[in-house]
Design a protein around this ligand. Structure first.
Ligand code: BES
Ligand code: ZN
Length: 850
């Protein structure tokens, strides 16, 4: 019944639900193959509905019986659910359905992972649990009874009863079905409490499988910090007696904000110094915050429909970035976010999968949990805040929570609170939500009689289905420096609204050096003819940390492009400027570590495309290798000093200070390994007592071709720890040379510990190959073929994870004819598979139509 032609859903077709739900009672009789779900749902006609058609979503359910007001009924089954004659007045629907959690490998709905029952309902997974109007604008209170012999039985809300073989939960806050959750298993809790600002005690638990209980402490601290931060910064208090987090090994995404019962991919919550890197700790802190923050931005105020996804995700990503900035270093977080934005979102926006932050159509909503909805969505909130200022942003958010608490809201509602707070007209700003593509911003300058003029032009290339683009409002943060390096005009926000616009600065004694788009004040591509001299000047003098880093990045990029295009030698001016930053003890070590980093190979490929060239992935890889080698030699004296100076003697802490020191020392180690043949890395590997240092050393050893023994030893040491073994899989591929990457990945898929049923392991292996541009795009085509083989194997088992990984092919139009035709052949091979999922069909079709 599933294989009907995929339907496209349009935002413009939205209609309110015909029936609303007041309350839901669910009883689960858990059994691996024959779970029974008994529902009792109170419906009433929606006065705002256009019709009285009664439709309930349902997929892969076996209906045993259905009743309306106590009388047995026989619904008509449709492809996606059922319809039924119902009274034109409030009524009670009851059904009894059977499902098989053990057969559920898609990890959507109710499934079993390592012996525990778990659910994932966002976006449309609840319909695999029972018949229901599975749409976010239908909100109801849920009461859940779980019957099972397993010791721990959890659901949303507060516990109301429990006894031998059962537990009951009640969630007083009306919610859409996508926020429903159930967990049952033999779990151990790491308990704590939090007292809210109004004095309410909340019980906190992190639930894990036995053996993982010593990896919960960090997550718990992150949760308490998040709760406090949301009270302090947004005035938002928690609203239940209990907050549970559960770690699950098999999970398609990172984590999920189910009301009162967040479910986490174990990789995003379990942490210990021995098994987790500093980057893991930072990510775990952020993701715990993210899911917790959804309690207000997502749960209390949810989305009217899935086109509004950025309403909760963009805002919540913005909030978790603010949180991380406050907990750690704001400039470092900003730089990390921009690296990720360019690496994922700009790439997406520039290819066949480009779509607006608020899309206007989709086939499979799971394919729209994208970098554009999330990361660009968060950038839009940041721009709004810049445009209205901090005070009005705070007022607008208070109004949003006041006005829309309990609502299923839209982007229009969101923008209206800003308009009502500030009196601004946000019609033009709304284009950011509606138009796909990254605006390109070019700049020219003039200086005459003490007046300095900056003239900006904006344009956006056509994207699929959108040829014409209107100019957007762009907040451009600018500062001006004197030739001696002093700042003469501090950061000023220029508000660009036209396609072309000039801004004047008067009374200047000399022609200044501009620092444009400070703190990356808008998600645009800045195109500015600039000299390497000026870049080096800004790298040395800019007071804006983001633009200081950006200047170094631009220097590295222009040097690399010259090496790739013209066979130029590495630019010594760049190396000296870089060395000065690395040596500068007044700068944050984490910042210096970021400054040593080079633009990604993917970034360089796109830069070449923008220059009208066809990128050669192997030439890019080689240029990066040569530059790294040159930097290592150029800084031969400095690097060992830096390495020694930033060794951490104190006991391990996962905080920003220690992590920054380790990041700088490890960046130095990576370069040192290029001149000492891996001796220092071996020494670090041998004495490492934390994963940050152990893994960094292992990477250096593999890179230096000295990794064989350590790779083996690492496996023996960690074979019992699945999250560490994920790292073991990906590292061997990430650090392999391009000629062998696909073969190494293929061999790893033969390893007894490889399993495609676990999304983390699949991503650690095939995702690592996709993330190695020169290996994946190897001229032999072996990378394309291997990824395709596995996408085809995984699709029938787990369409969501398969579809997400298809984006590896999204850049195919950049490459030469041979590569294009090899990729096309693989795309066609995928599309030719019988019974290909809707998820993967949509992705490959869109990619192919480029
Ligand atoms: N609501 C999402 C999880 C989700 C995504 C469920 C897609 C179903 C389909 C959650 O809040 C989320 O955004 N998680 C992110 C991590 C976050 C820190 C950006 C994730 O899982 O990657
Ligand atoms: Zn989210």
């Amino acid at each position: 019944m599933k294989d009907a032609a995929p339907q496209t859903i349009y935002l413009k077709d939205y209609t309110p639900p015909s029936y609303l739900v007041d309350s839901v009672h669910l009883t689960f009789r858990l059994s691996p193959e024959h779970t029974r779900v008994v529902s009792r749902i109170e419906f009433r006609p929606n006065p705002e509905a256009a019709n009285r058609d009664f439709f309930l979503h349902g997929e892969e359910l076996r209906l045993h019986s259905a009743r309306i007001n106590g009388a047995e009924v026989t619904p008509q089954m449709t492809l996606e659910g059922l319809t039924c004659e119902v009274p034109d007045a409030p009524f009670v629907w009851e059904s009894d359905v059977e499902i098989s959690p053990v057969a559920n490998t898609a990890l959507e709905g109710l499934y079993i992972s390592n012996g525990m029952y778990s659910t994932q309902c966002e976006a449309q997974g609840f319909r695999k649990i029972t018949y229901y109007p599975d749409r976010p604008d239908v909100m109801a209170t849920f009461t859940v009874r779980i019957e099972s012999d397993l010791p721990v039985l959890l659901s949303n809300g507060n516990p109301v009863a429990q006894g031998d073989g059962f537990a009951e939960w009640h969630d007083p806050w009306p919610k859409p079905a996508y926020l429903f959750a159930l967990v049952a298993g033999d779990l151990i809790n790491h308990p704590d409490t939090f007292t809210t600002k109004s004095g309410k005690d909340v019980e906190l638990n992190i639930w894990v499988r036995p053996g993982d209980e010593d990896k919960c402490a960090f997550g718990m601290e992150a949760l308490k910090k998040s709760m406090k931060w949301d009270e302090d910064v947004y005035g938002r208090e928690y609203d239940l007696d209990i907050f549970n987090i559960v770690a699950v090994d098999d999970f398609n995404m990172g984590a999920m904000e189910n009301k009162g019962l967040n479910i986490f991919n174990s990789s995003c919550v379990l942490a210990s110094p021995e098994t987790s890197t500093d980057a893991n700790f930072e990510r775990i802190e952020a993701i715990i915050a993210h899911e917790y923050f959804h309690n207000w931005t997502g749960n209390r105020i949810t989305c009217r429909d899935w086109f509004q996804l950025c309403l909760k995700e963009g805002l919540t990503v913005f909030r978790d970035s603010q949180f991380t900035s406050d907990m750690r270093s704001a400039p470092v977080k900003r730089i990390e976010d921009v690296i990720a934005l360019r690496g994922r979102q700009f790439r997406e926006d520039n290819g066949p999968l480009a779509h607006p932050v608020r899309p206007d159509s989709f086939v499979e909503i799971n394919n729209f949990y994208t970098a554009t909805v999330y990361e660009k969505g968060a950038e839009l909130i940041g721009m709004l805040k810049t445009l209205v200022g901090d005070a009005d942003y705070a007022k607008a958010l208070d109004l949003y929570f006041d006005r829309h608490d309990g609502d299923a809201a839209t982007i229009e509602d969101w923008l209206k609170v800003f308009e009502d707070t500030t009196g601004r007209d946000l019609t033009q700003f709304k284009r950011w939500y509606e138009q796909a593509g990254t605006p390109r911003l070019s700049v020219s300058e003039a200086f005459e009689d003490g007046t300095y003029t900056l003239t900006f032009k904006q344009d956006t290339l056509p994207t699929p289905g959108q040829d014409h683009k209107d100019p957007r409002v762009i907040p451009i943060a600018v500062g001006l420096l004197n030739p001696n390096g002093d700042e003469v005009v501090p950061t000023t926000i220029l508000e660009m609204t036209g396609a072309e616009q000039s801004f004047r600065f008067e009374g200047l004694a000399a022609k200044p050096v501009p620092s444009i788009l400070r703190d990356f004040s808008a998600p645009v591509i800045l195109q500015r003819e600039s000299s390497d001299q000026e870049r080096a000047f800004l790298l040395a003098h800019d007071t804006d940390p983001f633009n200081k880093w950006e200047a170094g990045r631009a220097l590295a990029r222009s040097g690399l492009i010259a090496m790739i295009r013209d066979g130029a030698a590495p630019d010594t001016g760049h190396l000296d400027a870089l060395q000065a930053v690395v040596r500068d003890d007044t700068l944050d070590p984490a910042f210096r570590a970021l400054a040593i980093g080079l633009p990604s190979q993917d970034d360089l490929a796109q830069t070449l495309v923008n220059l009208g060239e066809v990128p050669d992935p192997m030439a890019i890889w080689q240029a990066v290798e040569v530059l790294k080698q040159t930097i290592a030699q150029h800084m031969q004296d400095l690097l060992p000093r830096i390495y020694a100076q930033y060794q951490v003697d104190d006991a391990y802490r996962a905080d920003a200070d220690q992590a920054g020191a380790r990041a700088l020392a490890n960046a130095a180690l990576a370069l040192i390994s290029r001149v000492d043949g891996g001796a220092q890395a071996q020494a670090q590997y041998d004495k490492a007592d934390n994963m940050t240092q152990q893994l960094a050393a292992l990477g250096c050893l593999i890179g230096a071709n000295k990794g064989d023994k350590a790779v083996q030893a690492f496996y023996e040491q960690w074979r019992h720890d699945r999250l560490v073994i994920d790292k073991w899989f990906s590292l061997q591929i990430a650090y392999s040379d391009p000629d062998h990457a696909a073969e190494i990945a293929r061999a790893l898929t033969d390893h007894p510990d490889f399993t495609m049923k676990n999304p983390n392991r699949f991503r650690a292996t095939l995702g690592a190959l996709a993330g190695h541009p020169a290996g994946f795009h190897h001229a032999s085509g072996a990378g394309y073929a291997l990824l395709t083989d596995w996408l085809l194997k995984l699709d029938p088992i787990n369409p969501q994870t398969t579809a997400r990984m298809c984006s590896a092919f999204e850049t195919w139009k950049r490459y030469d004819a041979d590569r294009q035709s090899m990729i096309l052949a693989q795309l066609d091979r995928i599309l030719g598979q019988q019974g290909l999922s809707r998820d993967t069909t949509e992705m490959i079709t869109r990619i192919r139509s480029a």
